[in-house]
Design a protein around this ligand. Structure first.
Ligand code: 4NP
Length: 162
C-alpha cells in the first residue's frame, strides 16, 4: 500500500505527517509493507527541507524529518499512490483539480480517512508559532495511530487472514 500526505507547501504539515506515519508504521506489524511520501499542492518550496520549526517539532517527538525535500503534487501521483491524504479542504480541492477522473476516489481528508472524528482539518501552522506546530503534530500523530490500527485490520494488510 502506498500513502501520500498532501498539504499546501510540503514544508510543515505533510512532512510532519509523513514522519509521524513512518515512525508509527515502523513500530507496527505493517513495517516494510507501506510506502509513505508527501507533497504540496503548491511548488513554491520545491527542493527545500521542511520548515525549521517543523523539523524541531518532529525532533521533540523523536522523529527526524530533516532529510525530506519538498515537491509538488503531480497528476501521476494519483496513479502511483493508493491514497492521497490531504491536510485541509483547500488541499483536497486543489488535489482533485489534478486528479485523473478514474482516480478521484483516492483523494480524501487525512483525519476522517484515518478514522479521527474529533477534528477533520489539520490547521496550517506556517503563520503560527511552536504551539501551532505542536497542535498540528498532535493531530498528525493521532492520524498515524488510527491509520495503523485501521490498516492492520484490513484483509489486504497481509497481517491477518481473510
Ligand atoms: P504547509 O504550510 O502547507 O503545512 O507546508 C505552508 C507552508 C508554506 C506556505 C503556506 C503554508 N507559504 O505560503 O509559503
Amino acid at each position: 500500500m502506498k500513502l501520500l500526505v498532501v498539504c499546501l507547501g510540503n514544508i510543515c504539515r505533510s512532512p510532519m505527517g509523513e514522519g509521524a506515519l513512518r515512525a508509527r508504521i515502523e513500530r507496527s506489524p505493517l513495517a516494510g509493507r507501506i510506502e509513505v511520501d508527501s507533497a504540496g499542492t503548491a511548488g513554491w518550496h520545491h527542493g527545500k527541507p521542511p520548515d525549521p520549526r517543523a523539523v524541531a517539532c518532529a525532533r521533540r517527538h523523536g522523529v527526524d524529518i530533516s532529510g525530506l525535500r519538498a515537491r509538488q503534487l503531480q497528476p501521476a501521483d494519483f496513479l502511483h499512490f493508493d491514497h492521497i491524504l490531504c491536510a485541509d479542504p483547500d488541499n483536497l480541492d486543489d488535489a482533485l483539480a489534478l486528479a485523473p477522473p478514474e482516480a478521484r476516489a483516492r483523494a480524501a481528508l487525512l483525519l476522517p480517512w484515518a478514522g479521527i472524528t474529533a477534528a477533520s482539518v489539520v490547521p496550517d501552522p506556517y503563520y503560527g508559532d511552536d504551539t501551532d506546530f505542536e497542535h498540528s503534530w498532535t493531530l498528525l500523530e493521532a492520524a498515524a495511530e488510527a491509520a495503523v490500527q485501521r490498516l492492520s485490520a484490513r484483509p489486504d494488510s497481509g497481517i491477518i487472514g481473510p
